[in-house]
Design a protein. Structure first.
Length: 237
């Protein structure tokens, strides 16, 4: 069992701790909720534990379908053991249905089914407000080393989308869009990192259209924890 050592990074949703094994970190899921680049903030007791469980389930599903991830194992309610990797400073967004910033930016009506899964890149930089960038910006910013890395990331993002879309459809949820992050492991392979949870995905109930994700918090639509609990209930059903 890896032993928790010093805090090496604290983000909006997680703390990352070193362990006595240089190749392993402990990710601790926080109860903090933030939106609009940290402008809207709240605490929701139990949210971290829910996201830890949901993300562990989804990463397990993806691993079972051949996607390499950083997850080693869930350690406790709020903690998981992960492989250390160098995070690619991109938010990789995959969209099946137009909403959020896509609808705002391009005027595509909310709820429009997109003709294919759209992959977008945002440069992870809080000061700049995580701007949308294209493939060439990724290279100029050294966010990735080669065009092949960009192709690989896009390919993995689409594979993740296909697996998750089918899985959630069976659970009565429409996977509208999501954000993922990738890392480069010690062997130079690109792996899925960070988390996949209702903090980073949009889920709409297929029958009622009800939103069951962080938009409940962003748009004051009700109790965010109840929504996340429903997502977990569907996953386990
Ligand atoms: P949008 O660009 O429409 O705001 O978000 C697209 C998708 O990516 C949504 O599922 C949203 O939750 C996710 N997303 C975008 N930016 C972030 C971010 O900074 N953090 C997290 N956790 N998710 C994000």
């Amino acid at each position: 069992m890896a032993t928790k050592k010093e805090l090496i990074y604290e983000g909006k949703g997680k703390k990352m701790w070193a362990t006595d094994d240089p190749n392993l970190l402990i990710a601790e899921f926080k109860d903090d909720l933030t939106a609009f680049n940290g402008v809207k903030k709240a605490q929701e007791a139990g949210k971290g534990a829910l996201n830890n469980t949901i993300s562990t389930q989804i990463f397990g599903l993806l691993e079972s379908k051949g996607i390499k991830t950083a997850l080693v194992e869930k350690l406790s309610d709020t903690e998981q053991l992960v492989r250390k990797c160098q995070i690619v400073p991109l938010e990789v967004i995959v969209r099946n249905v137009a909403t959020g910033s896509l609808s705002k930016r391009l005027g595509i009506k909310e709820g429009t089914n997109l003709p294919f899964a759209l992959v977008e890149f945002c440069y992870k930089n809080d000061e700049l407000g995580d701007p949308l960038i294209n493939d060439e910006h990724c290279l100029i910013l050294n966010a990735v080393k080669t065009e092949q890395d960009i192709d690989r990331i896009k390919h993995m993002a689409r594979q993740i989308n296909t697996i998750m879309y089918e899985f959630f459809e069976q659970k009565g949820l429409r996977l509208v869009d999501f954000k993922v992050e990738f890392g480069v492991d010690s062997e130079g392979s690109i792996i899925l990192a960070d988390e996949i949870s209702p903090d980073s995905c949009r889920f709409w109930d297929i029958k009622s259209g009800q939103k069951l994700d962080k938009d409940v918090f962003r748009q004051n639509l009700g109790n965010v924890k109840v929504a996340y609990e429903e997502v977990l209930r569907r996953i386990l059903s």
